[in-house]
Design a protein around this ligand. Sequence first.
Ligand SMILES: [Fe+2]
Length: 290
Amino acid sequence: MIREEFALSEWHGPFDAATQARALAALEKGQVLYFPGLAFPLGENEREFLDPALTDGKAKNISLNHTTGKLQGTSAAGEKAERLAAMIERFGAGATRLVEDLLPGYAGLERARTSYRPVEVEDRPYSVIQDDRLLHIDAFPSRPMQAGRRILRFFSNVAPSGSRCWEVGEPFEDFARRFAPRVKPHLPGQSWLFARLGVTRGQRSAYDETMLSLHDAAKRDSRYQKNAPHTALDFPPGSSWLVYTDQVLHAALKGEFALEQTFHLDIAKMAEPQRAPIKVLERLTGRRLA
Ligand SMILES: [Fe+2]
């Protein structure tokens, strides 16, 4: 089963120990935790945000940095921008509370950016590397995860109608075994330079380079995209889901109006750190990657 379902409708605990254990095991195994009844309600005065023209036309998403309060990627200004930021913040705080209550072992995880994705995925033009309609694992050129920090993401479909349609691929280890021979060698000098120049926030490790290589190699391989195992997952309006996007091969094919909260987590906080991509890759390649 790729999707593990939870019958929650509240954005907080308490949750019983069996539910918490089931969530933790499924998530770390590379399943998508699915909350079909966990809707993020929009207020009356927030319905106007169901509008693709809310982006600035350049960025894919509108994003909020919750530590600085800075909102990026939107055409909204003034009072409207403030209300939009408040909605995104309410979602981010709710998602954080839910994750901490459901996965108490992850307490203190880093809350990174919160995003709002009002544009229909299907209609946008993309370069191959930017095209998230192709199966990929998340790896971000400017944000190194260094010693294997995890990328965990919580999504809610807030569209009035229409599912968000994903496909998920084969298990990470199968994928990594297939593509590992094509990984480009790590150039420590280049990583140092990128960090010095501010191209990256901190220095990329061999792990970061490997993950970027895997991300690009998968997207560029049209035969793999066509023939690799795919499972379709639809997330209807009013549903939410949580997934390790650095581990689960995923493609977002269709949908508009989703909210998303990214978390970063040290692998030491995992119940089974050996399932982390860095550990799998180190085992497969016989090399230390950080
Ligand atoms: Fe992704």
